[in-house]
Write a protein that binds this ligand. Structure first.
Ligand SMILES: [Ca+2]
Length: 79
């Protein structure tokens, strides 16, 4: 038993939130991810986490950046 989410679950969450379908998440889409995995952060926290997670500073969250962020969080895959 592991608390680490399976890769396909992460992809599911990412894809659901990627409304633009461009393979990366903007701040609004990032907020959708947080909602969908049960992480309720304030607007300011969300902005802060977004900037921290955006390790290549391109203004978007990639799948690998999301993976790194969620690896340090407890989250639930939506039913
Ligand atoms: Ca990025």
């Amino acid at each position: 038993m592991t608390t680490e989410p399976a890769e396909d679950e992460l992809v599911t969450v990412f894809t659901r939130a990627d409304l633009g379908g461009d393979g990366r998440l903007d701040l609004m889409e990032f907020g959708l991810v947080l909602d969908s995995v049960g992480l309720s952060w304030s607007r300011a926290e969300t902005q802060d986490r977004f900037e921290r997670a955006d390790t290549d500073h391109d203004g978007f969250i990639s799948l690998s950046e999301l993976r790194a962020l969620l690896a340090s969080q407890t989250w639930d895959v939506p039913a």
